[in-house]
Design a binder for this molecule. Structure first.
Ligand code: RRO
Length: 305
């Protein structure tokens, strides 16, 4: 079955991306060898979120396993913009699939620098704007406010013709209002959901487990929340939705397509199985067939009451 599709002008051999920060392709090559990368699990690669300056990330602990999920408070460790462009981008550009670079800043001026410098690189197919990290406390809560999201997009839109994708937070009452702001400001797509604010208590000592007290929940535990939000957003905007939140297999991926997502991303499942993206793709023809669809496009066009 032909699974080829596109997302805001980026041609894809199939509808399965990775969620930003959930699959380090350069580390995967070192740990699992070239074969994993040569038979790449995704149809498009989304980088870990890049910031202007190098960051060490949050103090430990950074991960907590929950029933059917995981809480992270990683805190955006990374090489900074220069380090990413010099050291990481060449390797990521050789993965053989389109590359989307995720960026985040705590002021509009830094977002402008990040977008303009990343956009000059031909290897980059699109840019994701992370306005929704639950683990970095900045003065700017752009992604929680429709007007702020629209203003950010209006500042960034003139910088590049490359697709700009806004990563939405689930931690608001009405994510569709933020999505409408993103679209009004010129976004080409939205991706959702980022993680749901969450905390865990240390089982042995009377304190919180995560070093900074709280983090973001992901995995199958959040899937029903993500599906509800993808439905609400896709019904409210004309731009496409990249749907994610607890996808583990082709069936759960297809649930997101039926909720209104054009394409999907696998996140937390990659930590359990680095080939999870391939399993989703391999299962899609049968999953589509079981639901009576002859193609991916038929499912993308189906609208549920
Ligand atoms: O690095 C993180 O802690 C992180 C980020 Br940037 C994000 O967008 N979502 C998340 O759950 N963790």
């Amino acid at each position: 079955m032909d699974l080829s599709t596109d997302i805001c002008g980026i041609e894809l051999s199939g509808p399965v991306l990775n969620g930003s920060g959930t699959f380090d392709a350069l580390a995967a090559r070192r740990v699992f060898g070239d074969s994993l990368i040569e038979d790449f699990p995704f149809d498009c690669y989304v980088s870990k979120t890049i910031t202007m300056n190098p960051r060490p990330g949050n103090p430990p602990y950074r991960l907590w396993e929950t029933p059917s999920g995981m809480i992270n408070s990683i805190g955006l460790p990374g090489p900074g913009l220069d380090g990413f462009l010099e050291r990481d981008l060449p390797g990521l550009a050789g993965l053989g699939v389109p590359l989307i670079v995720s960026v985040m800043a705590d002021q509009v001026e830094d977002f402008e620098v990040l977008v303009s410098r990343v956009a000059t690189r031909d290897e980059v197919a699109g840019i994701e704007l992370n306005v929704s990290c639950p683990n970095v406390h900045s003065g700017l809560i752009v992604g929680e406010q429709p007007s702020e999201t629209e203003a950010l997009m209006k500042a960034l839109r003139p910088i590049t013709e490359k697709p700009l994708i806004v990563k939405l937070t689930p931690n608001v009452a009405n994510p569709q209002e933020v999505a409408v702001g993103a679209e009004a400001g010129g976004a080409d797509a939205v991706s959702m959901i980022n993680t749901v604010k969450a905390a865990a208590i240390d089982p042995g000592v009377n304190r919180t487990w995560l070093g900074v007290g709280a983090g973001g929940l992901s995995g199958p535990a959040v899937r029903p929340i993500a599906l509800a939000q993808v439905r609400a957003v896709s019904a409210s905007v004309g731009i496409p939705v990249i749907g994610m939140g607890g996808i583990t297999d082709a069936e759960s991926a297809l649930e997101f397509i039926l909720a209104g997502a054009r394409v999907v991303a696998v996140g937390t499942e990659n930590f359990r199985d680095p080939r999870a993206g391939s399993s989703v793709t391999e299962g899609l023809p049968a999953a589509l067939g079981r639901r009576g669809f002859g193609s991916l496009a038929e499912a993308q066009a189906a609208s549920l009451d």
